[in-house]
Write a protein that binds this ligand. Structure first.
Ligand SMILES: NC(=O)c1ccc[n+]([C@@H]2O[C@H](COP(=O)([O-])OP(=O)(O)OC[C@H]3O[C@@H](n4cnc5c(N)ncnc54)[C@H](OP(=O)(O)O)[C@@H]3O)[C@@H](O)[C@H]2O)c1
Length: 243
């Protein structure tokens, strides 16, 4: 649906395929008029894109963004919160003692960079050990933050600008750790390509939501799912319509 008009109806009226109309409506909803000015770069596949396209005006920047998989990998309560209202993570402690890492080690090895909102960074910084070793981290904040960890950059730039920088550096997979505010901003800008949500058998009732900002509906397809004996269910989704 686009503004309550079925995509199929728009497509039939203008004589174009539903998939084509869907893609451009989605780009408009995500990026406004700038999204319509971009050229989708049909046929350019991830990993085969020539490096010369990297800094090539708006088209080049759009291709940069598409070169990076941004994966929102997070644990959530059944009612869609990533933490209780006080922001603490002790609600996850019962699941950390199971001896299973729920695929975390393999996932961490697969990513090139880590993206954190300021609140999430402040929580991580209180850990006895820095939770994101040996990976470059970008912390999103408009403030001057005290940072003692290596490989951490504090940035006041937009999510789009940072993803373009990741692409220019040759990074291909970024872990969007969260929290909900930053994930909401990434989703509103159409930047999240995958969601790996580990649903816990807990209803928090109140707390910090998975997404702190409203954004247009987004169809996904299920890549994998895994049920763990202690009641966790890990859901791996990917965007259905790659722009
Ligand atoms: N369950 C899990 O797996 C999981 C994962 C991650 C986080 N968490 C929890 O989530 C909580 C934090 O989430 P949160 O939603 O409160 O905060 P957050 O997303 O971590 O941080 C929000 C802050 O990021 C900065 N920011 C910079 N650019 C932004 C942009 N474009 N959009 C939004 N924010 C931007 C702002 O800081 P400035 O005001 O400094 O500009 C903003 O106040 C913590 O309790 C953390 O432990 C849970």
């Amino acid at each position: 649906m686009a503004d309550r008009v079925p995509i199929a109806h728009i497509a039939a009226t203008v004589g174009l395929s539903r998939r084509f109309v869907y893609k451009w409506v989605r780009r408009f909803l995500a990026y406004g008029l700038a999204g319509l000015a971009d050229t989708p770069g049909r046929g350019q596949r991830r990993g085969t894109r020539p490096q010369a396209a990297l800094h090539n005006g708006m088209e080049g920047q759009e291709q940069d963004l598409r070169a990076v998989d941004v994966i929102y990998y997070v644990a959530a309560s059944l009612d869609g919160s990533i933490a209780p209202a006080d922001g603490t993570l002790s609600w996850l402690a019962p699941f950390e003692s199971s001896g299973d890492d729920y695929g975390y080690t393999a996932f961490y090895q697969s990513i090139d960079a880590v993206l954190l909102g300021r609140h999430t960074f402040e929580h991580a910084a209180t850990c006895a050990q820095w939770p994101y070793p040996n990976k470059p981290c970008w912390v999103f904040s408009q403030r001057r933050l005290h940072v003692s960890q290596p490989d951490v950059v504090v940035t006041a730039r937009s999510p789009r600008a940072v993803v373009a920088e990741l692409a220019a550096r040759g990074y291909r997979r970024a872990w969007l750790v969260g929290g909900g505010q930053l994930a909401g901003a990434f989703r509103a800008q159409g930047l999240i390509t995958e969601y790996i949500i580990t649903v816990t058998p807990v209803i928090l009732g109140t707390g910090i939501p998975l997404f702190g900002t409203l954004a247009p509906a987004e169809p996904l397809h299920l890549v994998a799912s895994q049920v763990y004996p202690n009641g966790l269910v890990q859901l791996h989704y990917r965007r259905t319509h790659e722009a």
